[in-house]
Design a protein around this ligand. Sequence first.
Ligand SMILES: [Zn+2]
Length: 317
Amino acid sequence: MKKVVTGVDIGGTNTVFGLVDTTGKVIAEGHLKTTDYPVARDFVKALGSGIRKLMADKKNIELMGVGIGAPDANFHRGTIEHAPNLAWKGIVPLADLVKNEIKVPVVVTNDANAAAMGEMIFGGAKNMKDFIVLTLGTGLGSGIVVDGKMVYGHTGFAGEVGHMVVVPGGRVCGCGRQGCLEAYASASGLVRTVSLMISEMREESILRDIPPSKLTSKQIAEAAAKNDPVAVKAMQYTAEMLGFGIVNSIVFTSPEAIFLFGGLAQAGEMLFAPVRKYLEKYNYVLFKKTVKILPSGISESNGAVLGAAALILNELS
Ligand SMILES: [Zn+2]
């Protein structure tokens, strides 16, 4: 019998799940449309049949447990709580629901913590004890590992670097407050920056031809790679804000590395080079040249599933 776990990545729109062996190989994958299930219990039933179907297609495998990465998930309580991007309102006891459906151990955490766990077990942080993963997608998530352990904190929600205030009285954030890092250093923050810069700058820019509602961080990164002045300036500003968030995080945990993961990190050196520059500029003297800024060591395509699988493997070990 080959031992496998299931990694589940619940997103606002889509859910991906996969059977993963103990070496980090995804041996089968399935999908659900999260939005097809406005009731969490129906979703769990569909997930259960999806996993059982994957298991039935393989021979001689044994399911050890299920790890789930989801927005606004609480590791301590196994719940998803008041997730604004999901139809399931209030507090959903997801770990218990899935445990009842599949009868194996289940752990739940937020997607950024799962990404950090994936980095630690299968990715670029295999030999590190202190590191931080920042997921730069629509928002900014973070997973913080200290002395080989994920930081969950008193509430189970620790590691919300995206809601660190970097500009007092600044941009309105999705959380209802102002000036959070996420409102600047994320794919949506970059788009907001470009929209502002287009109206303030006089330079020619290919981004002016794209309607603001259609503008994506990918287009901005591509324009920056072609030296488009608005795109370059916007990337620099985003990197500077991210730099503030990073130096503020470093003073707490003195990490060996910060991994940048997610859509915006795909901009590669257009983002990494200025982030490194601002890190050196603003970093506190004791930590200068002690922190590496690295791309994720896990492929973007199944990173979230691997992270969730790593989460349960870590619990079972
Ligand atoms: Zn916020």
